[in-house]
Design a protein around this ligand. Structure first.
Ligand SMILES: [Zn+2]
Length: 116
């Protein structure tokens, strides 16, 4: 199961879920000495225990940065309303074609000027 978080033109960002994928990966680091706890999936309790034990060993180390990390995945946008191939081609070629016509028009105006 994936939940769509944000969508752009052709891609969507989903929270990765499913068997074996942790809901969150918890970790903490000491702000005094940069010691880091091991990482634990889904349950922040072992991180809390690690923080308390670290303070017991180093009574002046009392501030921690706790993190919860998740997996995100960007996938191609599901085609809800598939556009006809002709429409897509027209959208891509349209601006290029107009640009080419402008260039040709400018050149044809320039050429007579160059012959004088
Ligand atoms: Zn520390």
């Amino acid at each position: 199961m994936t939940e769509i978080i944000i969508r752009a033109a052709d891609w969507v960002l989903c929270e990765e879920r499913g068997p074996g994928v942790p809901e969150g990966i918890h970790g903490a680091e000491c702000m005094t000495c940069d010691a880091r706890s091991p990482l634990f999936d889904n349950d922040p309790t072992p991180i809390a225990v690690w923080c308390v034990q670290h303070t017991q060993e180093h009574p002046d180390h009392t501030l921690y940065l706790a993190r919860t990390e998740k997996h995100w995945r960007v996938v191609p946008r599901p085609d809800e309303t598939p556009a006809p191939a002709d429409d897509r081609t027209a959208r891509v070629l349209g601006p290029a074609f107009v640009g080419l016509m402008c260039l040709l028009t400018a050149l044809s105006g320039l050429l007579p000027a160059l012959t004088y």
